[in-house]
Design a protein around this ligand. Structure first.
Ligand SMILES: *[C@@H]1O[C@H](CO)[C@@H](O)[C@H](O)[C@H]1NC(C)=O
Ligand SMILES: *[C@@H]1O[C@H](CO)[C@@H](O)[C@H](O)[C@H]1NC(C)=O
Ligand SMILES: *[C@@H]1O[C@H](CO)[C@@H](O)[C@H](O)[C@H]1NC(C)=O
Length: 243
């Protein structure tokens, strides 16, 4: 009997150790993603000014994260056609709002070529060019150049490269005077606004982004871990009392 009494504190100690260390261990394999690398497209555009709409779309579609990751992992480089704020304001009103979240991703990806192009490389490239959207024929982009004059056509819009914003042989950012509207998103005549459409847009714009979803999940994990600890502590205290 006396022996049992003397070993109980030891048992409790181990129980306590076990219960408190297990949730901590299961928590550890979820480290926060590392900070983005130094070649940051957003930073380049912010420095150049006049790209606030393009920056906002790069962020909300999370294409900027994708591009920064791609830049740090591949050595093909990237070419970005950045429409100015003036280019966005000259769009027909409602053009952007008519797009779903997924279509906005495609619109932004359409402004990116998954390899580096210098101005002189545009003179010899064969059309149509592959963009970040992919090459399914719905998103043809042609670029022609003579000297420093670079023209872009999507068969929905004719644009010109007005300026080189940035180039480092890995990443090229060119200023374009028009938003490059892809055939795949804008060729069919826009249907008359049906009564169901505004509702749908509201739903999609208020739907949680991946970020908030992630926060919610981890919050849930924290809660349940706290609950687990609180309950196990209570059981231990009660056990000690009974004992
Ligand atoms: C670019 O377009 C302009 C008209 O917008 C035209 O005069 C010029 O020839 C075109 N250049 C090329 C290389 O296509
Ligand atoms: C793009 O170039 C291809 C090949 O030269 C041509 O067949 C196509 O019509 C061009 N599209 C546009 C929109 O200029
Ligand atoms: C683009 O330019 C071509 C040739 O200059 C012209 O035929 C075509 O209509 C233009 N497209 C648009 C959308 O302005």
């Amino acid at each position: 009997m006396e022996q049992i009494f003397s070993t109980f504190p030891l048992v409790f100690f181990f129980l306590l150790f076990f219960i408190y260390s297990t949730p901590t261990l299961s928590q550890s394999p979820a480290p926060a993603p590392g900070p983005p690398g130094p070649a940051d497209i957003i930073a380049i555009l912010q420095k150049a000014r006049q790209y606030t709409t393009f920056i906002r779309l790069l962020k909300t579609t999370q294409v900027s994260d994708q591009l920064n990751t791609q830049l740090s992992k591949s050595n093909e480089g990237l070419t970005v056609f950045a429409p100015t704020d003036a280019a966005f304001t000259s769009l027909k009103p409602g053009t952007l709002n008519s797009l779903s979240d997924q279509q906005k991703v495609e619109l932004i990806q359409f402004h990116v070529l998954p390899s580096f192009f210098s101005v002189s490389q545009f003179q010899t490239t064969s059309n149509p060019l592959r963009t970040q959207v992919g090459n399914d024929g719905q998103f043809p982009l042609n670029v022609t150049a003579t000297g420093n004059q670079v023209n872009i056509t999507t068969d929905m819009v004719n644009a010109t490269v007005a300026n080189t914003v940035y180039t480092d042989n890995q990443l090229a950012v060119y200023q374009v005077d028009k938003v490059l509207l892809p055939h795949g998103l804008f060729a069919p005549p826009p249907p008359a606004p049906a009564p169901a459409k505004p509702k749908k847009q509201e739903a999609s714009s208020s739907s949680p982004t991946d970020d908030t979803a992630r926060v919610d999940t981890s919050g849930g994990i924290h809660l349940s871990q706290h609950a687990f600890r609180a309950m196990s502590s209570l059981v231990l205290v009660l056990g000690a009392f009974c004992f």
